[in-house]
Design a protein around this ligand. Structure first.
Ligand code: ATP
Length: 323
């Protein structure tokens, strides 16, 4: 009997997940395995919501955002009973392994499930947040920052015409990767991230200095999860000190969708391919990532318990470059 691999996408959807699914399916079929797609993440695993995937099922999806398998957040999977049901479905479908694509929550679930029930799981980093240890970039991050950047560029036109201070909120509940990347690439005047304490007085000072210097636009990028509050809260606090009028733009879900960039498709294709190779080599309980051009395998627990550091020097650089 042919060996069987299951695939699921879980947590928030991320552009490039489809390219990863395609790579897994095509590599697995090439190597003589069967592939089943599990719908809506761990929820589909519990409910036996499963379809067979062949060559054609993944045709024409490499360029599509979202995930053809659907994704979900599933509280039941966090219980012993939920995992027990999922294990039964794995046995019933005779799955030799499940490849899970998602963020830190997905890796937490994978760690618990594989340890408690002895199932063979392999992880792929699929989240726009880039907050997983064990890979330089996660699938979806590059597309998200490019989408956000396009919006920032447009807002800059208005900011400089109106001569207003703009606070632009980007995604990142716990991490400032998106904020830092968009801040640097978008030529922002300041960046506010959860990893560093936010000094409202310093931000106000920066804005006032910029205005004195004759700068027409002031763009401050705010990660949604900053400890000082969201973009609106921070903007209000800053206005109390500067008296300057402000505008707030919350980019929200536009950062999630859209066709994946070349970088995301390339990363997803590589990691999907190597996930199947990892299965072939009986290497389970790990997330497949890429660090400095090399494929690396990181135990599930490390991917979320070790904090991936943000590049602090970029923070300083943004201020210097914005002059
Ligand atoms: P994103 O980074 O895009 O938010 P994520 O993978 O972190 O993606 P979560 O909603 O945190 O998204 O997690 C996805 C799912 O993983 C949860 O809905 C739940 O089913 C499962 N999960 C998360 N944590 C655990 C845990 N400790 N034990 C079991 N399952 C978990």
């Amino acid at each position: 009997m042919k060996k069987r691999i299951g695939i699921l996408t879980s947590g928030g959807d991320a552009p490039g997940m489809n390219a990863a699914i395609r790579a897994i399916v095509r590599t697995a079929l090439y190597k003589g395995y069967e592939v089943l797609g599990i719908k809506h993440g761990y929820k589909g695993l519990i409910n036996n919501d499963i379809v067979k995937l062949d060559h054609h099922s993944v045709a024409n999806i490499i360029q599509r955002g979202g995930t053809i398998l659907g994704t979900a957040r599933c509280d039941e999977f966090e219980t012993e009973r939920g995992m027990h049901r999922a294990k039964k479905v794995i046995d019933k479908n005779k799955l030799d392994c499940v490849i899970v694509i998602g963020g830190d929550g997905t890796m937490r679930g994978a760690k618990e499930f594989s340890e408690k029930f002895g199932v063979n799981l392999i992880g792929l980093p699929g989240t726009i947040d880039n907050d997983l240890y064990g890979t330089d970039f996660t699938i979806g991050f590059d597309t998200a920052i490019n989408s956000a950047l396009e919006a920032v560029d447009r807002i800059r036109d208005t900011a400089s015409s109106l001569e207003r201070v703009f606070f632009i909120e980007v995604m990142g509940r716990h991490a400032g990767f998106i904020s830092l990347a968009v801040g640097l690439a978008g030529g922002a005047e300041d960046v506010i991230i959860p990893e560093t304490p936010t000094d409202i007085e310093e931000i106000a000072q920066t804005i006032q200095n910029n205005i004195k210097k004759g700068k027409k636009s002031n763009i401050i990028i705010v990660a949604e999860g900053d400890e000082a509050g969201n973009a609106l809260t921070i903007a209000r606090k800053v206005k109390k000190l500067t008296g300057e009028d402000y505008r707030v733009a919350v980019l929200g879900y536009i950062q999630r969708g859209g066709a994946p960039t070349a970088n995301d498709r390339i990363l997803a294709s590589k990691l999907g391919y190597y996930a199947v190779e990892s299965f072939e080599n009986n290497r389970f309980g790990v997330m497949v990532g890429e660090i400095e051009g090399k494929i690396v395998y990181t135990p599930f627990e490390e991917t979320y318990s070790i904090k991936k550091p943000v590049e602090d020097h970029i923070y300083k650089m943004i201020k210097i470059l914005s002059g």
